[in-house]
Design a protein around this ligand. Structure first.
Ligand code: C2E
Ligand code: CA
Ligand code: CA
Length: 291
């Protein structure tokens, strides 16, 4: 049966042999789905880490943080987001998980602010499926009402594939979200189905240059040309630009020269637990005060 499904999956007029690995793969998948379903009951296996985003000017001030999920599964051990987000999307479990992420990230952000951290925004990754299978507008309205976060403190990171999807509702939903005051960033810009027309047709506020382009800076001519073009394009449409996955000083310097607004990456910090983040922010503030 497994072999038949695999053959059908690969299109018409195909055949496929049964292999042990096919069976193992299916078992792993079912195990992961049931573990994920269980974990969603009380969410205690999930944790949000936060990676600081820093202004690319002389001040190098922390402007905000991006929430990144981690799953410490009781039965499977640590599972990377790349290993369960796609599965959560396929199964629709991302809707419940995504709501928890939104709520938790807003709560954590307000805790930090209460402790005196001067942060402008919390960036939260949202999956296309959350838009397709749930009412994002009411979810966001409810979270804002329940937590008291200012809508302008929330930035949603969406993907190009969502913008490129043929659903007619995309511009309308994004307009509504933007009218609420929430900010909208395009994640991994330039890696997917890039179209420049999104930038002026849709109410986007920021683009994020993917690590794949940042990696080659400053020497790789192609990557430099792409990064420069993205920054130029963004500026022309009055959008902010963040470069992600910045690891080295030459990369950072190059992006600063190119007038990129914000830097995110291991050069400053890996994603941190909430208390680690608080200490990181405090230590940077005291260095700034001395300078
Ligand atoms: P992303 O949104 O593009 O996030 C950036 C990824 O790059 C993160 O991996 C981050 O830890 C990593 N990273 C940041 N700076 C550096 C660096 O300087 N060097 C290197 N090598 N890596 C760096 P992570 O946390 O494993 O997340 C992977 C992907 O999983 C994310 O890519 C995002 O697409 C997805 N994801 C993570 N958290 C969430 C979430 O809460 N909701 C949704 N829908 N997706 C999420
Ligand atoms: Ca992201
Ligand atoms: Ca990325």
């Amino acid at each position: 049966d497994l072999a038949m499904y695999k053959a059908k999956d690969s299109g018409r007029n195909n055949y496929s042999f049964f292999t042990e690995s096919l069976s193992t793969h299916l078992h792993e998948r079912t195990d992961k789905i049931s573990a994920l379903t269980e974990a969603l009951e009380n969410k205690s296996e999930f944790e949000l880490l936060y990676q600081p985003k820093v202004s690319a000017d002389n001040e190098q001030k922390i402007t905000g943080v991006e929430a990144l999920i981690r799953w410490h599964s009781n039965s499977l051990g640590f599972v990377q987001p790349d290993q369960f987000i796609p599965l959560a999307e396929e199964t629709g479990l991302i809707v419940a998980l995504g709501e928890w992420i939104l709520l938790q990230a807003c709560r954590d952000f307000l805790v930090l602010k209460k402790q005196g951290c001067d942060l402008k925004t919390v960036s939260i990754n949202v999956s296309n499926i959350q838009f397709q299978r749930s009412d994002m507008i009411s979810t966001l309205e409810k979270i804002i009402a329940d937590t008291g976060i200012a809508p302008s403190e929330i930035e949603l990171e969406i993907t190009e594939s969502y913008l490129a999807s043929d659903e007619n509702s995309v511009p309308e939903i994004l307009q509504k979200i933007r009218k609420m005051g929430i900010k909208i960033a395009i994640d991994d810009f330039g890696t997917g189905y890039s179209s420049m027309s999104y930038l002026h047709k849709l109410p986007i506020t920021r683009v994020k240059i993917d690590k794949a382009f940042v990696d080659g800076l400053p020497d790789n001519k192609g990557n430099l040309a792409i990064s420069r073009a993205i920054i130029g394009l963004a500026k022309a449409f009055d959008l902010l630009v963040t470069a992600e996955g910045v690891e080295t000083e030459p990369q950072r310097q190059c992006l600063e020269n190119e007038k990129c607004d914000e830097i995110q990456g291991y050069i400053y910090s890996k994603p941190l637990m909430l208390d680690e983040l608080k200490s990181y922010i405090d230590s940077r503030e005291s260095i700034a005060a001395l300078a």
